[in-house]
Design a protein around this ligand. Structure first.
Ligand SMILES: Nc1ncnc2c1ncn2[C@@H]1O[C@H](COP(=O)(O)OP(=O)(O)OP(=O)(O)O)[C@@H](O)[C@H]1O
Ligand SMILES: O=C(O)[C@@H](CO)OP(=O)(O)O
Length: 312
């Protein structure tokens, strides 16, 4: 790329070439469809070129984008764009994407991260591996199982019906992982670092209330109500990853019981539930929920749109 003929965007502590991709992604996070987001990114680039601008401050670029969106009657998008600029990079947000195995938590988490430019996505499966390094199998045998097989190593599962047993095993398995999840959340909030944590172990009734009530923590539960569609997800994944399809199909009945239980616990704790049918629709619904929650957070701080414009 011919840098000396390109436009440089100046941040507080760094400079970088103007990227239409980065600008388009932040416009998509504000709710624009990809084709329109890229066209507007091009329009902004052309506008700067026409004015022969070589270096532009990030704050000036944001103001220009905001007013350009208003001029094209994208008022709602302009507000969301402003909100995102106000929040990301200034206030840490922790997004939790829960859901039973195979409903699509990792896929959706990465899509949301890409739209919002959040660079850190952590799977609870990885946190589970860390907890397995520090907690022995004798101490918490359920931790060394999968969420849908933990019931097999319960010490106290006499005369219980199967469903109760499966759920009890799943809860014991998840509790240990959640200790690690809470540690990651604490660290991110302390460092002011936004993160998305996704996985099967994010059980709303097992997470401490101070996490559920924190305005910087936004919890969303994914589900698939249709059994056939859920099963197809494992086949689809088996074609592109080393995750053993036959294992998930063998325990599919239990995974469905866990799926149902996750939705129940989400409703109990007021965590929004989204059925993950089409990736783009799921991502848009998640972004709307996140945006609403952040709007409340900013309003709680008593900030108006003008304040946000001045401060970005
Ligand atoms: N809305 C969707 N439409 C079509 N395919 C999807 C959708 N969401 C996810 N998938 C696909 O379904 C499969 C399972 O998704 P994913 O691996 O994200 O599930 P997961 O919830 O993270 O599972 P696990 O918790 O077992 O890791 C993947 O192949 C993924 O590409
Ligand atoms: O435990 C589980 O449900 C899954 C997803 O978290 O992990 P694995 O099947 O790899 O044990």
């Amino acid at each position: 790329m011919d840098l000396q003929n390109d436009i440089v965007v100046r941040g507080k502590s760094y400079e970088m070439p103007f990227s239409k991709g980065i600008l388009a992604r932040s416009l998509m996070a504000a709710g624009l469809k990809p084709s329109i987001a890229y066209r507007i990114a091009w329009d902004i680039y052309e506008m700067l070129k026409k004015e022969n601008i070589k270096v532009i401050d990030k704050a000036e670029l944001r103001r220009r984008v905001y007013y350009y969106l208003i001029s094209k009657n994208y008022d709602e998008v302009a507000k969301k764009y402003l909100l995102w600029r106000m929040v990301l990079g200034r206030r840490p947000i922790v997004i939790l994407i829960g859901g039973a195995s195979g409903v699509g938590t990792s896929t959706i988490a990465f899509e949301i991260a890409s739209r919002l430019g959040i660079s850190s996505v952590i799977g609870t499966d990885s946190i589970r591996e860390v907890m397995r390094k520090v907690i022995s199998r004798d101490l918490i045998p359920t931790l060394y199982e999968s969420s849908y097989t933990a019931w097999k190593v319960l010490k106290d599962n006499y005369e219980e019906d199967n469903k109760t047993k499966y759920i009890k095993g799943f809860e014991r398995h998840s509790e240990a992982v959640l200790t690690g999840v809470e540690g990651v959340i604490n660290r991110c909030l302390l460092e002011g670092q936004s993160v998305i944590i996704e996985g099967t172990h994010l059980v709303p009734t097992l997470l401490k209330d101070n996490y559920l009530e924190n305005p910087h923590i936004i919890f969303i539960m994914l589900t698939i109500y249709d059994e056939k569609l859920h099963k197809m997800r494992f086949y689809a994944r088996g074609r592109v990853s080393s995750r053993p399809t036959e294992r998930y199909l063998r325990y599919f009945k239990i995974i469905r019981i866990i799926n149902e239980y996750m939705v129940e616990t989400a409703k109990k704790k007021g965590v929004p539930v989204i059925e993950n049918i089409k990736i783009s629709e799921t991502v848009d619904k998640c972004l709307n929920i996140i945006t609403e929650r952040l709007k409340n957070m900013i309003e709680l701080e008593g900030l108006s749109e003008e304040d946000m414009l001045e401060s970005v």
